[in-house]
Design a protein around this ligand. Structure first.
Ligand SMILES: Cc1cc2nc3c(=O)[nH]c(=O)nc-3n(C[C@H](O)[C@H](O)[C@H](O)COP(=O)(O)OP(=O)(O)OC[C@H]3O[C@@H](n4cnc5c(N)ncnc54)[C@H](O)[C@@H]3O)c2cc1C
Ligand code: SF4
Length: 562
């Protein structure tokens, strides 16, 4: 670890653990908190401007750290065990480890399930790596337009990941990187896509792969349980890459930040070391960028001031629809060698005829009234784009298609153990099985409220129920059926708020707004030196994948405030 950290000393329980060098220096010092996709993108932007950046992070590492190439000794049964149980599919693990979800924060949750990662690289150890950008439709009501985000998407897609996309040209979503056909995709996908195209806006899946990866995809199909070849993007490896590239970068893991205090000269970050005896940490900086994910960022902000005791957190709720196809989806030989990440995406346009629009008087960043009827989300934009059949579109429901993978087989064996004997006889059925993972816009989802509790901890509960979320499903089920994919209704699951991992909006960017909203540049109102770099600053949580935009926006916030 270079620079001032070389002098790190811990000598007592309540004292700054950082060196005198750092405390007294006046050079431009910036602290970023969190090493997930948001924190690392923001850090990259600042480092590129030649600024000295210290990244503070809880930074738990996964056991065995990076598992590569030699797959023979991996315990796949253990890796799948937690993924498959009678309750359905619980939290995704990485080789059976739940380390990305370890959390030692005190939040009592009622009716919701919001996770705060404390892992090096954040939730990127387990994420699905599906990456679509937002368009101006998704950015309705934001003070930032697609054109402003475009250069940052470009940077992120080209410099921080390799984005695999089977067919980038055929899409309503712009693509910012050269085509890389790196993952084996079943040929029969083209036929399924064609069928779905009649009812949905079909998009080729885009999967984020590690930059500079050493191994090619072997097509082993274990993507959902852990990639043995390190092909799928996990940002814990990116931290080392940044360390090698920039001498002015310091990474300090095992620090849990609790709060910050702003003075005229600086902002002081307070926390505790999770190593040793839990010494207190106090660290000054010129500017602070918070990128801990929506729950942890909100806890740090609420823990830093007296006035406000609660914040609302938005969610893009999600659902599972298992289905069986009338015709085989995959050929038998295709079951053996392909990747099992999301393979196809489709957008369902929630629309109503233009004539029925009377655009409400919505302020920038205001979420639409919850009383809006189903599937007819209130338009933030006065000119919503034209969707299928010439109807004006208000927002999308995002669908991700997963075809055969080992989990299907294990679910069948779990529920019907005697079927193990008929493993091969079941092949024709597996070839027809699939799963849709769908996400709805935050306007149609429940909202959560995070409050300071009297015992000093925090409480998270549902503040507003999903006004229309569940009603979005029938047209989608009907269209799947028309496309020849029969929904298995007993398997349908509508998940709790928070479970989608697509959330934020607690300190929304607004052109003009009140205390603890953010300016369009990410600065937290009420403070002069504090910026929000993660999805906490999103004015809404659109249905499509969130992380690419988290990264592009974090890069933008770092770049314009360096
Ligand atoms: C199973 C799963 C599948 C997903 N699939 C997709 C997908 O396919 N596509 C997609 O776009 N998104 C997906 N996501 C969501 C994606 O992982 C998140 O959007 C993304 O990780 C958010 O990045 P972040 O940097 O804001 O926060 P995180 O990734 O949560 O990182 C937070 C960082 O902050 C640090 N931290 C937290 N609290 C503190 C504290 N008090 N002090 C110091 N450091 C702290 C943590 O150590 C961590 O490094 C998925 C998530 C999961 C769990
Ligand atoms: S199929 Fe999935 S898990 Fe296997 S090497 Fe390729 S990307 Fe990794």
């Amino acid at each position: 670890m270079g620079g001032w950290l070389g002098n790190l000393r811990v000598t007592g329980r309540v004292r700054p653990v950082w060196s005198i060098d750092f405390v007294t220096s006046n050079s431009n010092k910036i602290i970023v908190i969190g090493s997930g996709p948001a924190g690392l993108s923001c850090t990259m932007a600042l480092l590129k401007k030649g600024i000295q950046v210290t990244l503070l992070d809880i930074g738990v590492r996964k056991p065995g750290d990076s598992v590569k190439a030699n797959t023979s000794d991996l315990d796949w049964d253990n890796a799948y065990e937690r993924l498959v149980n009678p309750q359905g599919i619980p939290l995704k693990t990485t080789f059976g480890s739940l380390h990305p979800y370890n959390q030692n924060i005190s939040v009592k949750q009622t009716g919701c399930m919001l996770v705060s990662s404390q892992s090096a690289g954040g939730l990127s150890a387990v994420w699905g790596r599906a990456c679509l950008p937002y368009t101006d439709l998704e950015l309705s009501g934001w003070p930032v337009r697609y054109e402003e985000l475009r250069p940052y998407y470009q940077f992120v897609e080209q410099e921080m990941m390799t984005l695999h996309c089977a067919n980038p040209s055929q899409s309503a979503f712009p693509y910012h990187s050269p085509t890389v056909k790196a993952l084996p995709v079943p040929k029969s996908l083209g036929r399924i896509a064609k069928k779905l195209q009649q009812y949905f806006e079909v998009v080729s899946a885009r999967i984020a792969l590690n930059k500079n990866r050493e191994h090619a995809c072997s097509g082993c199909g274990h993507c959902l349980a852990g990639c043995p070849e390190d092909v799928l993007l996990d940002f814990s490896a990116t931290i080392n890459r940044i360390k090698e590239m920039y001498p002015n970068f310091s990474y300090v893991p095992h620090i849990k930040v609790n709060s910050f205090t702003e003075t005229e000269e600086n902002v002081i970050v307070q926390g505790e070391s999770l190593k040793g005896e839990g010494e207190a940490v106090s660290m000054p900086a010129d500017k602070l960028f918070l990128a801990c994910g929506p729950l942890a960022t909100a806890i740090i902000v609420l823990g830093s001031q007296q006035e406000k005791q609660d914040v609302e957190i938005l969610d893009s709720q999600y659902f599972f629809i298992p289905f069986i196809s009338l015709k085989p989806l995959l050929k038998t030989e295709e079951l053996a060698n392909y990747h099992s990440s999301c393979q196809l995406m489709a957008e369902h346009l929630n629309s109503r005829p233009w004539s029925s629009f009377s655009p409400p008087n919505v302020e920038c960043g205001d979420s639409s009234p919850l009383s809006e009827p189903c599937g007819d989300e209130s338009p933030h934009s006065k000119n919503p784009p034209i969707g299928l059949n010439g109807a004006r579109t208000t927002n999308r429901t995002h669908l991700q298609f997963y075809f055969y993978n080992e989990i299907f087989e294990r679910v069948v064996f779990h529920k019907l153990p005697f079927m193990k004997r008929f493993h091969f006889a079941l092949m024709p059925i597996y070839r027809r099985l699939g799963l849709v993972q769908g996400f709805i816009h935050s306007d149609s989802s429940a909202k959560m409220c995070l409050k300071k509790a009297e015992n000093g901890g925090f409480e998270l509960s549902v503040s507003k129920k999903a006004p229309s979320g569940i009603k979005i499903l029938p047209p989608i089920l009907w269209k799947l059926l028309k496309a020849g994919l029969i929904p298995i209704l007993p398997g349908l699951q509508f998940k709790l708020p928070g479970q989608s991992f697509h959330n934020g909006g607690s300190f929304p960017m607004q052109s003009s707004g009140g205390f603890l909203t953010t300016e369009a540049n990410g600065k937290l109102r009420g403070f002069n030196r504090v910026y929000i770099a993660d999805s906490s600053a999103f004015p809404s949580i659109p249905a499509t994948t969130i992380t690419l935009t988290i990264m592009a926006n974090a890069y933008r916030v770092g770049d314009i405030n360096a």
